[in-house]
Design a protein around this ligand. Structure first.
Ligand code: ADP
Ligand code: MG
Length: 258
């Protein structure tokens, strides 16, 4: 169980996330949504320990700040929205970096680590690119390589910042299905930001809508994906319809032609 208590964070004295409290049970999926600049990435970075914050982030009752760097890396896997990639590494070598927290001091990756990476690459449709250098990949392929690294880490909590950015609908779905499988099979806890509201509603158990750093709505998809709430916070014209699985589908409406 991951718990945020009154978490606030910001940069050089400017608060961009204020007073966020939420409990995320083991094996559940929380989607953080909200307009550009709302503080979604900052909140995720706070949980990952990459931005300083006030309040507390507790993992099974223990403050995450008290964990050693290695313990933290075993517990929390973070995939940034805009990663800086070591362009000269192959996809396999890069994904193997995710195994670092599991290796002993000075020890090298073993067959088990390679097997984990091979399996992750296969599940992300990256096997045929395993030997390619990162600098030669397309945007969507790079995005999947970043996810391969974090999935190879096999952390109990996955923090994914806009994991489907740049992915086509098929690869986005395959990725979210894979994360969903880890959640149900291994009890992995997932916290992700997702700009696609319909996908957020399909995969997350709970949505947290941030606007200007504060939580303005929180709950299941049908309560948070409300047309008037979304219209107000995103400044958008949209309708919410019922999808084939009964979950909300958020559809933008074009400006009426005069
Ligand atoms: P979101 O992910 O919801 O789009 P962010 O968390 O990235 O929003 O940003 C929230 C606010 O914090 C924005 O106003 C952004 O400009 C600001 N911000 C983000 N990163 C930094 C930084 N490193 N230094 C200063 N301000 C930042
Ligand atoms: Mg962001």
């Amino acid at each position: 169980m991951l718990e945020l208590r009154d978490v606030s964070a910001g940069y050089r004295g400017k608060t961009v996330v204020s007073g966020v409290s939420v409990s995320i049970p083991r094996g559940s999926w929380l989607a953080i949504i909200g307009p550009n600049g709302a503080g979604k990435s900052t909140l995720l970075k706070s949980i990952a320990g990459l931005v300083s914050y006030s309040g507390s982030v507790l993992l099974d009752g223990r403050p995450v700040q008290d964990l050693s760097a290695r313990e933290r890396a075993q517990a929390l896997g973070y995939a940034p929205q805009v990663p800086l990639l070591p362009e000269g590494l192959s996809v396999t070598s890069y994904a193997l970096l995710g195994r670092t927290p599991h290796l002993g001091t000075l020890s090298r990756e073993g067959p088990h680590d390679l097997a984990v990476v091979d399996q992750v690459l296969a599940r992300l449709d990256l096997s045929s690119l395993a030997g390619r250098l990162l600098r030669t990949l397309s945007g969507g392929e790079r995005q999947r390589a970043v996810l391969a690294r974090v999935l190879a880490q096999q952390a109990g909590v996955l923090l994914l910042d806009e994991p489907t950015t740049g992915l086509d609908i098929g690869h986005a779905q395959a990725l979210l299905d894979l994360v969903d499988r880890l959640r149900t099979e291994d009890g992995t806890t997932v916290i992700s930001t997702l700009h696609d509201l319909t996908l957020a509603g399909q995969y997350a158990d709970r949505l947290l809508l941030l606007d200007r750093g504060t939580v303005v709505a929180s709950g299941d998809a049908s309560s948070v994906l409300d047309a008037s709430v979304l219209a107000q916070h995103y400044c958008a014209r949209l309708v919410v319809m019922e999808g084939p699985d009964g979950k909300p589908v958020v559809v933008p409406k074009r400006r009426p032609i005069e």
